[in-house]
Design a protein around this ligand. Structure first.
Ligand code: SAH
Ligand code: SF4
Ligand code: F3S
Length: 482
């Protein structure tokens, strides 16, 4: 499909086309020419290093950047000792932010030694005014800065950067554009994320995502199905449908389509074996979806259902629009319909005003819900969000102590929940070889990992493995013939 396009056939003497996709193809061709000439002149190819912070949506968007970099003749390398260093940033919590600033100091030193070096920052963190102001003031050596809404314009921005001596900053406030069919370089041959929607309208009071990703926009179902078909034709058998709140997929389309309906359409793609999705917001999880998951042959029995807190009072202040009882009812309903479901969740500790009683409610839900695993976060104040302005922020030592107690319970319960498959044989998709040669890692439909002896030909294949010993969130096992 798009990866087979021959960009060198594009006439770069003409003016740039106005159609979004064609225009970027044109700039890819221009960058290709320019980089070829530069590489010939200095006698070696240009290298790039691309680092991604944050969620799977950032991972997916980085694949587009990598696709374009490869297309224009740059060679990827892992180390930052490269000609072009690119960061796809995240700002969901303060520590994601600090990591980027920390690395910039080091890059400045590298740049002094390599006159060809370019530094590019993009993604969620760049949508914040104070970040861009700081880069303009203290990090003049950064060459290109753009945000989340104009990633599709990367080739054009890259071309501008090549002919500019000064820092280029291009941040959009928002967009209603969804630009399809840009080149991509996938991280895995056999599985892939697929964006089904962008942005978020929920405005949970602690969360910065709606401010940096903009309003919710769904892709047309046919565009999604076409992308899945192309991926399957290219060897993919497992897709992960991505969105901040997949349960509200399709509501804003001209012809609205429910998420369950979309799953049904994707399921019909022949050759596709597994469908996953992320993330589900409990407030929008429909009975239609639960029923569909229960009868589907391809949708994995794993549901990531972030609860954030077990206290109804805190959930209200978080603007989550469900309470403790509704969350537990949902868990029960799901377990009744899909008894073997694996449930995972996200939990925040130390939201403003959280008391010991509120925290005990969170522990109570963890105790009752039997999650396979929970991602636990210390509340991080994000400027511009309503929670940042709330009084009674919880003291750090109290939060840390609660965090440790939560972690201990999550691990204890998780070990019990995950070990329910001990001794059973499960079909796994073989994903990677571990550092110990000859040991491979496969993933069950329940998202549980198992390490087992195998060989390289198994990568990307489905095999049956007996899960012999549960080690908490992973198993040790052996392959079996069926
Ligand atoms: N859209 C998803 C979550 C995306 S962010 C959802 O609503 O479920 C991933 C997780 O980061 C959230 O579930 C939340 O637990 C955590 N998170 C978001 N903002 C945070 C903050 N300010 N401090 C700590 N954790 C946060
Ligand atoms: Fe953030 Fe809430 Fe949107 Fe998730 S649903 S991205 S937590 S605002
Ligand atoms: Fe981070 Fe942006 Fe994702 S803030 S979690 S990379 S949407």
């Amino acid at each position: 499909m798009f990866n087979e396009l021959d960009f060198s056939k594009i006439d770069t003497w003409k003016e740039a086309p106005s159609d979004d996709t064609k225009r970027q193809y044109y700039y890819i061709a221009k960058c290709q020419e320019e980089m070829r000439q530069r590489a010939e002149k200095r006698g070696t190819a240009f290298t790039y290093c691309l680092t991604t912070f944050g969620c799977q949506m950032n991972e997916k968007q980085s694949e587009v950047i990598a696709g374009i970099m490869d297309e224009i003749g740059c060679v990827r390398r892992e180390s930052e000792d490269a000609d072009i260093v690119i960061y796809n940033t995240c700002t969901v919590r303060e520590n994601a932010n600090l990591k980027v600033y920390g690395r910039l100091g080091h890059l400045n030193n590298l740049k002094k030694q390599n006159p060809d070096m370019k530094i590019i920052l993009f993604g969620c963190m760049m949508q914040e005014e104070h970040v861009v102001a700081r880069i303009q003031k203290d990090y003049r050596f950064v060459d290109l800065v753009f945000g989340t809404h104009n990633i599709f314009k990367y080739a054009e921005l890259f071309y501008q950067m090549l002919s500019s001596e000064t820092q280029i900053i291009d941040i959009w406030e928002g967009t209603d554009k969804i630009v399809e069919a840009l080149p991509t370089e996938r991280n895995y041959d056999f599985k892939s994320g697929v964006n089904i929607m962008f942005g978020c309208n929920n405005f949970c009071s602690y969360c910065i995502v709606p401010y940096v990703r903009g309003r919710e926009r769904s892709r047309e179902p046919q565009a999604i199905v076409d992308e899945v078909k192309a991926l399957v034709a290219d060897g993919v058998t497992e897709v992960m449908l991505l969105g901040q709140n997949v349960n509200s997929y399709g509501k804003t389309l001209e012809t609205p389509v429910s998420f369950a309906k979309l799953l049904e359409m994707v399921e019909q793609v022949e050759g596709l074996r597994r469908i996953r999705f992320m993330t589900s917001h409990p407030k929008d999880l429909s009975d239609e979806l639960i029923e569909y998951m229960a009868r589907s042959k391809k949708v994995c029995h794993h549901l990531h259902l972030p609860m954030q807190s077990g206290s109804s009072r805190i959930l209200k202040d978080m603007n989550r629009r469900y309470d403790k009882e509704r969350y537990l009812e949902l868990v029960q309903k799901i377990r009744k319909a899909i008894p073997d479901i694996s449930l995972t969740t996200d939990i925040i500790v130390g939201f403003p005003g959280e008391t010991e009683e509120d925290f005990l409610e969170t522990l109570d839900v963890v105790d009752k819900a039997n999650f396979d695993t929970a991602f636990t976060f210390i509340y991080s104040k994000r400027s511009g969000t309503p929670a940042a302005r709330m009084e009674n922020q919880v003291p750090e030592d109290v939060v840390k102590e609660r965090f440790q107690r939560l972690l201990a319970l999550v691990q204890e319960k998780g070990k019990i929940a995950s070990s329910r498959f001990e001794g059973t044989v499960q079909e796994v998709l073989v994903e990677t070889e571990s550092k110990d040669k000859g040991i491979f890692t496969g993933r069950t439909q329940y998202n549980l990992l198992v390490h087992f002896p195998g060989s390289k030909e198994l990568l990307g294949k489905y095999v049956n493995v007996r899960l012999e010993t549960c080690k908490g969130f992973y198993y040790l096992g052996k392959m079996v013939e069926m």
